[in-house]
Design a binder for this molecule. Structure first.
Ligand code: ATP
Length: 603
């Protein structure tokens, strides 16, 4: 688990540990001062039988036992108050430490997930990712770190108190340690397997809860139209119930022994008192030792309870530690952008450097024998594709559904790395090192434009803080995308109008145009447009593509065309079929050639 901490946190933990030691010493001192005090209360003349008290009494110039007792009582009070203040302070240090680790772990998870290659997202459920960042990191702080630190702090306290009891009466101390320590150990050993298993159940149920909510709201339109609310509730309910039961069980298993063991302790003290009384010995002689044990028990039992509870919670949350460890360390997602987060605990993950120097693109983009297989797929999705796209040209990737158009575009976008073959930009091979520089040339318009719940300007200059938005560039991009007039004339606050979550206040076509403006904001030299299959009607789609072609200027336009009618003006069409390049050429040539393309074009 140490691997989950940054070096700075490890140093900071030494301070927390020192506070735990201080807390243990003071708790023991509180118990230690009680002994002489009770002894003096029951027999004030005993001051003179004890060399230390006698020296103190004379050294401080006391002439009355009562005032000496008042002094001792006051010292006892101060020690108890200071000990409680230090305990509270230590708890505050521990809590603060745990939550600052939580904040850093969650930032590191977010930065780490984002820094992963696109391919990693294909196999990861986004609800699970969100849950790990927000909830499991919290469970790590609350259910692992805090209990672990409490176990440590109260373990130290318990050890010190037990040490003190040994000094007072070794035999009795041994009995107390064996009885209470043994009782807690026995309970823990009995239920540790159950804790591990319900901890695992909690984790799984939590993922299912998140998925059900995520999917229900992610497709709320379909849910409402199809009337499937019940289905999502049915999916959510059992998971929520398993989650709640696991949480309740773990809390119950953490608390229950306390009551049984407190009862046992009370029974033993009462039994001992009755035994002394019955055996005819005066209670007075046994009172100091008995009261030391009662006070020690008052401190020792909560310490043992906390120690036990810490172990129990740790066990319950073993799956959380494993998952976070797996994601942060074993899968190495702590690399790259998130490394700095471990050294600058207060900093937020750095945004990827999109302003990286652009890879020069003056001549051609070439794909040479490019193949690609998705992870865990049986068949390759692209097989030996070789195409050349000259700068400033307008090309289309087309083919039937599942032919490999999106995969090929993702390869060009640098999102997927070819399993075989090479991509060359002006003869320079694309590598993981220069990929970001290549991407700095590209503006991408996906089929589904995801709009954030912010202003139109914020959505065009996507992912930039308000103060960094270049309003001139926003308007220029909007004009090219033919959405400026609508924004300026129809929207109540122009570019400052809020678009609503996912752009619910805009039509599909308007969202698409904002997506195009977004791609144009950084003035890219290459635009990749994934033609929308549903958001726009044929005519609007063709107009957008034609307009993009007209305002292309010095840009290269690559369109993934689902409808052939929209790509009649392009210079070159690449026709894919089952991952292979089936045909290539200008639209008319391919149509006249009577290829499969022809059939598709006429269908
Ligand atoms: N994440 C994935 N894992 C495994 N196989 C995938 C994955 N994504 C796509 N594929 C497969 O790769 C092939 C090409 O898919 P791709 O999405 O590139 O086709 P497409 O031509 O863009 O289709 P469409 O026009 O329907 O969008 C398909 O057979 C598809 O099943």
């Amino acid at each position: 688990m140490l691997a989950l901490f940054s070096p700075a946190e490890r140093v900071r933990f030494i301070g927390v540990f020192a506070a735990m030691l201080g807390m243990g010493v003071l708790q023991m001192a509180g118990v230690g001062v009680i002994l002489p005090f009770v002894s003096l209360l029951s027999d004030p003349s005993s001051i003179h039988n004890n060399a230390f008290l006698e020296a103190l009494y004379n050294g401080l110039g006391f002439d009355s036992t009562n005032s000496f007792l008042i002094l001792l009582g006051s010292v006892l009070l101060v020690v108890l108050v200071v000990s409680n203040v230090i305990t509270a302070f230590t708890l505050w240090l521990m809590t603060h430490f745990a939550w600052s680790v939580q904040r850093r772990v969650s930032s590191r998870l977010l930065a780490g997930y984002l820094a992963q290659p696109y391919e990693a997202f294909l196999n990861r459920n986004s609800a699970e990712t969100g849950k790990n960042i927000l909830i499991e990191s919290q469970q790590f702080a609350n259910g692992v770190l805090m209990p672990a630190m409490k176990s440590m702090a109260f373990g130290i306290t318990a050890l010190m108190i037990v040490g003190f009891l040994f000094w007072v009466n070794p035999l009795l101390a041994l009995a107390v340690t064996l009885i209470f320590g043994g009782a807690y150990l026995l309970v823990y050993l009995t239920i540790r397997r159950v804790l591990l298993s319900i901890g695992h159940e909690r984790m799984q149920a939590n993922t299912e809860r998140f998925q059900a909510v995520d999917e229900a709201f992610g497709s709320v339109k379909e849910v409402k139209v199809l009337g499937r609310e019940g289905h999502f509730l049915e999916r959510y309910e059992p998971a929520a119930s398993t989650f709640a039961t696991a949480m309740a069980k773990s809390q119950l298993l953490g608390q229950i022994p306390r009551y049984a063991i407190e009862g046992l302790a009370f029974g033993i003290v009462m039994g001992a008192m009755l035994f002394v009384l019955a055996s005819g010995q005066g209670l007075q002689s046994a009172l100091p030792v008995a009261s030391a044990f009662v006070v020690a028990g008052y401190r020792l039992l909560p310490a043992l309870q906390n120690l036990y509870q810490g172990f129990a919670q740790w066990r319950f949350n073993q799956s959380v530690v494993d998952t976070l460890h797996n994601d942060l360390v074993a899968h190495g997602i702590s690399g790259g952008a998130c490394d700095f987060a471990s050294t600058h605990a207060g900093a937020q993950p750095a945004p990827p450097d999109k302003s990286a120097a652009k890879l020069p693109f003056e001549d051609t983009l070439q794909l040479d024998q490019v193949s690609y297989s998705y992870p865990a797929a049986d068949e390759p999705s692209l097989r030996g594709i070789s195409i050349t796209i000259p700068k400033n040209s307008f090309v289309a990737l087309t083919g039937t559904t599942g032919a490999g158009k999106t995969t090929l575009a993702d390869i060009i976008l640098g999102l997927l790395e070819p399993s075989a073959g090479e991509i060359r930009v002006d003869g320079t091979a694309l590598t993981p090192e220069n990929r970001r520089q290549w991407q700095a040339n590209i503006g991408y318009v996906p089929q589904e434009i995801y709009l954030t719940d912010s202003t139109v300007a914020g959505n065009i200059a996507y992912g930039l803080p308000d103060e960094a938005i270049d309003n001139t560039a926003v308007e220029r991009a909007a004009r090219i995308a033919n959405i400026h007039d609508f924004i300026a004339d129809k929207l109540p606050s122009g570019y400052q109008t809020q678009v609503g979550e996912r752009g619910v206040r805009l039509s599909g076509g308007q969202r698409q145009r904002i997506g195009i403006a977004r791609a144009l904001y950084h003035d890219p030299s290459v635009i990749v447009l994934d033609e929308a299959t549903s958001a726009l009607d044929n005519e609007t789609e063709r107009r957008i593509v034609d307009e993009l072609d007209a305002m292309r200027g010095g840009r290269t336009l690559i369109v993934i065309a689902h409808r052939l009618t929209t790509v009649q003006k392009c210079h070159n069409v690449f026709m894919l079929d089952q991952g292979r390049l089936a045909a290539e050429g200008p639209y008319e040539e391919l149509v006249l050639g009577g290829s499969t393309f022809d059939k598709a074009a006429k269908s």
